[in-house]
Design a protein around this ligand. Structure first.
Ligand code: ATP
Ligand code: MG
Length: 270
């Protein structure tokens, strides 16, 4: 485990959602329980766990969009009690604005921050070029491929230089080749930046390839089952991660622990 100072802390966090059930009766639903976690500054940390175990809910809490029912989320030593505009958040859906071009989408946060047009153009051109999207500046989101939209969502967040970035399955719906290329691009942008990344994925190879630490959640109602230090050095070659000598044993252990959670759900074992 890292000894760096924690930038995000979850302390005894519980989340109960109240939703409408049959005949519109209100039904309390426990989504997360007893979550305790410290994410050190500058680390790349992934959340993995069965669908519905509360990964996105925890990201939403860090971003201040959802409040814990009990317990506390602390961000840079202060409790999160309102929308946390300090973090960059790439949500499960890429959320590009369909009426704005690629360049206008990428510049959105800079516009909100009052950055002058010339500086905005210069910066967006640099980021667009960095991820190979030059030539597509004036395309609208529906004129871009899935991989291009994910790249746009990534640089739209990186451009305002948040030092903590939350990413919820950012490469989820992409084909295998595009995914690995984007993983490589992400690591190149991240390495040496000092930024803290919290990354949600269902792909254990992706989590292993990218992360310093992996947080495994139990099946719903979610809690943290285990935190692993990934035993692979840096820099990483994501294209050859399966060939790393430490990969097979680590992956087997991770998969075995996750499988217990998934199989119990499928078999109805509690
Ligand atoms: N706003 C909400 N109101 C009611 N229930 C909610 C709300 N948000 C999430 N939930 C419930 O909380 C549980 C956890 O949801 P969450 O989206 O955090 O899971 P997840 O781990 O991100 O799943 P996935 O891997 O499928 O994205 C789910 O059962 C979901 O239905
Ligand atoms: Mg989710």
């Amino acid at each position: 485990m890292s000894t760096a100072e924690p930038v995000i802390v979850a302390r005894d966090v519980y989340k109960v959602f109240v939703a409408r059930g049959e005949r519109r009766r209100r039904r309390a639903f426990l989504a997360l329980h007893n979550v305790n976690l410290a994410i050190p500054r500058g680390r790349f940390v992934s959340f993995v766990g069965p669908s519905g175990c509360g990964k996105s809910t925890l990201l939403n809490m860090i971003a201040g969009l959802v409040r814990p029912t009990e317990g506390e989320i602390r961000y840079k030593h202060a409790p999160v009690t309102a929308v946390n505009t300090d973090v960059g958040y790439i949500t499960q859906d890429d959320n590009l604005l369909p009426w704005r071009t690629l360049r206008e989408n990428v510049e959105l946060a800079l516009e909100f921050r009052g950055v002058a047009l010339v500086a905005r153009r210069e910066l967006s051109a640099r980021y667009i070029q960095m991820v190979g999207l030059d030539g597509f500046e004036h395309h609208y989101p529906h004129e871009l491929s899935g991989g291009m939209r994910k790249r746009a969502a990534l640089i739209r967040t990186l451009i305002y230089d948040p030092d903590v970035i939350l990413m919820d399955e950012p490469f989820g719906p992409l084909d295998a080749q595009t995914r690995v290329i984007l993983q490589d691009e992400l690591l190149k942008l991240w390495e040496g930046s000092g930024k803290t990344v919290v990354f949600v994925t269902h792909d254990l190879v992706e989590a292993t390839a990218l992360s310093d630490e992996i947080v495994l959640f139990s099946r719903a109602p979610g809690t943290i089952k285990q935190v692993y230090d990934v035993p692979l050095g840096r820099p990483r070659d994501v294209f050859r991660i399966l060939a790393h000598p430490n990969f097979p044993a680590f992956f087997d252990r991770l998969w075995r622990d996750l499988k217990e959670e998934i199989m119990d759900v499928e078999l109805g074992v509690s």
